[in-house]
Ligand binder design. Structure first.
Ligand SMILES: C[S@@+](CC[C@H](N)C(=O)[O-])C[C@H]1O[C@@H](n2cnc3c(N)ncnc32)[C@H](O)[C@@H]1O
Length: 267
């Protein structure tokens, strides 16, 4: 089953760049506009790792969600999904367990456009889409609860999303994690200034100038997101190093990307 629910603006705004569409350009997609391409190219010029970073985030999503599906998790709530690229999260986890239930959440109208067409799950499981803002947890949780059973473990993922959130991120993560039952997991990745400070600061400045707040975070700041949870090995680490597949090892040889990642369990 696939359905969509809307609790955010639905009109596509082509007057200013949007993160989902800029990211799509880096990934080689076609769902972007000249304003997005212009910003994507400017950022690529100051930080040549951004394309590899986008691919590394997608691959981290594959590895982290597959790992949890193989460990028995059957429900997935993915906030800040982005424009679909194959394989999407539901294809990864339903490849492990046909009955896996997935709810995607994003606030970008262009992602909503793709939800109906692309997010097709198995007959045994469910794939659902909620068009809402992560900063509205009551709405996100209420709509997600129409498909997911919050009395059972859920893997909550915010991959490459928290760098668009300021200090409100702490209360938001707390609120989301409180809604999860023990045995649930939190999957996160986020841009850091630690590994390439000059390039990341320039890239963040370009995002901000274009109207998108952007907050790179240090290892200590990012690690704080997992407070009170049990980190799975290898802990908080540059994204391609999280339980790498052979292709990630090959990608690491091209150089490190300034993104941290981690997965933790609620005890
Ligand atoms: C960089 S993309 C990451 C996409 C995907 N998670 C991945 O790693 O490949 C960030 C996504 O977060 C979404 N996003 C940004 N701010 C958001 C918000 N306040 N609420 C919901 N989604 C948001 C954007 O629309 C975009 O699709």
């Amino acid at each position: 089953m696939t359905s969509g629910r809307e609790a955010a603006p639905t009109r596509i705004d082509t007057a200013r760049p949007h993160p989902a569409r800029v990211y799509d350009w880096w990934l080689g997609g076609k769902d972007n506009y000249p304003v997005d391409e212009e910003l994507a190219r400017k950022i690529l010029a100051v930080d040549p790792t951004v394309r590899r970073g986008a691919r590394a985030n997608r691959r981290f999503m594959h590895r982290a969600t597959r790992t949890l599906a193989q460990a028995g998790v059957r429900q997935f709530l993915d906030i800040g999904t982005g424009i679909p690229t194959e394989p999407n999260l539901h294809q990864v986890v339903q490849g492990v367990a046909l009955e896996a239930r997935v709810v995607y959440v994003d606030n970008d109208p262009i992602v909503l456009r793709h939800a109906e067409a692309l997010l097709r799950g198995t007959a045994e499981g469910t794939t659902d889409y909620v068009h809402a803002d992560v900063r509205d947890p009551d709405t996100v949780l209420a709509l997600a609860a129409e498909s997911l059973d919050f009395a059972q473990p859920i893997a909550l993922s915010l991959i490459a999303l928290t760098h668009y959130l300021g200090d409100e991120v702490h209360d938001l993560l707390k609120r989301y994690v409180e809604a999860l039952t023990p045995g649930s997991h939190l999957i996160l990745s986020q841009v850091t200034p630690d590994l390439n400070p000059e390039a990341v600061e320039k890239a963040a400045g370009l995002f901000r100038q274009s109207g998108t707040p952007f907050f790179p975070r240090s290892l200590a700041e990012f690690s704080r997101f997992f407070e009170g949870l049990e980190l799975l090995g290898p802990g908080v680490i540059p994204v391609s190093g999280w339980r790498p597949d052979p292709q990630d090892v090959a990608a690491q040889a091209e150089g490190i990307v300034p993104v941290y990642a981690g997965v933790a369990r609620k005890a």
